[in-house]
Write a protein that binds this ligand. Sequence first.
Ligand code: ZN
Length: 56
Amino acid sequence: MAKKKSKREYVWLECTQCSHRNYRTSVSVAEGTPKLKLKKFCKNERKHTVHKIRRK
Ligand SMILES: [Zn+2]
């Protein structure tokens, strides 16, 4: 029986347009890295762009 671990890791939310790391958050990495894409406000470009998770 496999033990379920709720492992959390700090990741960056990186802008896919300018590669600027705008947000830091924690995600569950129990079953691999989740490939989330979020629409966030990029401070660098001053507009909403798609951000993806970047593991350290
Ligand atoms: Zn950007």
